[in-house]
Design a binder for this molecule. Structure first.
Ligand SMILES: *Cc1c(COP(=O)(O)O)cnc(C)c1O
Length: 433
């Protein structure tokens, strides 16, 4: 009887999964290639699908769920604030927005905050800041890096240094130029009398976790000072304590002098721990560039979003999750590098800082050739079978972007599954055709 009822339950779950998929196929714009998983609930670093299967979430909703899922303090902040005020518009002052702005400035450097709702929007704010700054001199051009990612709005895809996001959306927004990342001569050579800013991700996420060197960031600062350009950092993915400091550039430069960087910073993903919020910081001397009436967002900085973001920062600071991100990140990177040493035919490189980690696979594995999907997607699929969620990047990199409160035993659980997948690839390399 027991077997029968669990069989029925499984069939019920299968039907639920199928009917949800059918609704998607019929009613949702098919702009995403989704994995075949219907996620139903989460707790901490784990989520469960509609079949009741449990997964360790090492993707964190793409670097968003800073405290994992269903964190009681996020729930409490949502409930408390929603009983008072959810939204007012920016026609009025509210306390949570004021407090969050001060908090981000304290974590960054003297400056001002503009609130919005997403990473793309935060970058749009930076583009407008740059154009307004250069307007009187007829300067508008922003230099960005190849393989960068800055969001999916029209200006975002123009800024992004990857052709695949631009295809089909011509004409591109004017005024963006791309140069190689981590190369100081390239932006210097690209500067014209129209150039007004340089925008980079201190750690490129979408293209597979590529880190800027300290020399590069410091060199960009010097170049921008020389040429009167704004230096803008996109911290949407790498920021919010993921690398062990609030911003990833603070971590990259922690052994040196960090006072002079940058002029503007975009933020979003992990800032609200899953509640949508975006923000940009501008250096104090630029505080008046976006003057009254020049930029706005109806939803930007709602009391609810800001109350949640404040609570996320409270929890991160109280539990010193920056230190946890650093420690667990080092543990993961160390163990993954050992796997690379053991299976060099399978793993090409392990890169990362804190809990932003990329594992690059050898793209020419025999197993990969058997399927149409990219190597990255195939690895992510295999990890799903083992009960672990990760995020693909580029063609043969998977990313780990787990909650900042990931425990050592959860890290072990993830490493165990990853090693099993790597070992299976290694074994398949040995097999005769
Ligand atoms: C995700 C991301 C964005 C875009 O953020 P959205 O919230 O999806 O608009 C921009 N820049 C970087 C570096 C990102 O990782």
């Amino acid at each position: 009887m027991k077997a029968r009822s669990s069989e029925t339950r499984q069939e019920f779950a299968r039907n639920t999964t199928n009917s949800i998929r059918e609704l998607f196929e019929q009613y949702v714009v098919p702009s995403y290639a989704r994995f075949d998983l219907v996620l139903e609930r989460g707790q901490g670093s784990h989520v469960w699908d509609a079949n009741g299967k449990r997964y360790l979430d090492l993707g964190g909703g793409i670097a968003v769920c800073a405290l994992g899922h269903a964190h009681p303090e996020i729930t409490e902040a949502l409930i408390e604030q929603s009983k008072k005020l959810v939204h007012t518009s920016n026609l009025y002052y509210t306390e949570p927005q004021a407090r969050l702005a001060k908090r981000i400035v304290d974590l960054t450097a003297p400056g001002r905050i503009f609130f919005c709702n997403s990473g793309a929007e935060a970058n749009e704010g930076l583009f407008k800041l740059a154009r307004k700054f250069g307007q009187d001199q007829g300067r508008y051009e922003i230099i960005t890096a190849f393989d960068s990612f800055h969001g999916r709005t029209l200006a975002g895809i123009a800024a992004t240094g990857q052709t695949k996001v631009k295809k089909g959306f011509d004409p591109a927004v004017a005024g963006f130029k791309h140069v190689p990342f981590n190369d100081l001569d390239a932006p210097r050579a690209a500067i014209t009398k129209s150039t007004v800013a340089i925008l980079v991700e201190p750690i490129q996420g979408e293209s597979g976790v590529m880190m800027a060197t300290p020399e590069y960031l410091i060199g960009l600062r010097k170049l921008c000072d020389e040429q009167n350009l704004l230096l803008l950092f996109d911290e949407v993915q790498a920021g919010h304590f993921r690398t062990g400091k609030f911003h990833s550039w603070q971590r990259i430069l922690e052994d040196g002098e960090t006072d002079s960087l940058p002029d503007g910073i975009s933020m979003a993903k992990g800032l609200g721990g899953g509640f949508p919020i975006g923000a940009l910081w501008v250096r104090e001397k630029l505080a008046d560039v976006l003057s009254a009436g020049t930029h706005a967002s109806t939803f930007g900085g709602t009391p609810l979003a800001c109350a949640v973001a404040l609570r996320v920062l409270d929890v991160v600071e109280r539990n010193d999750l920056a230190a946890n991100a650093r420690r667990i990140g080092e543990l993961l990177i160390d163990r993954l590098r050992r796997m690379q040493g053991k299976y060099p035919r399978v793993v090409r490189e392990v890169r990362g800082l804190g809990l932003m980690i990329g594992i690059e696979f050898q793209p020419d594995l025999r197993a990969f050739a058997r399927e149409q999907k990219s190597p990255a997607i195939q690895v992510v699929d295999r990890l799903h079978e083992k009960g672990v969620l990760t995020v693909p990047a580029a063609t043969s990199v998977i990313r780990l972007l787990p909650p900042l409160n990931l425990s050592e035993s959860e890290a072990d659980e993830g490493l165990h599954a990853i090693e099993e997948v790597i070992a299976a690839f290694a074994e398949q390399e040995q097999e005769k055709e």
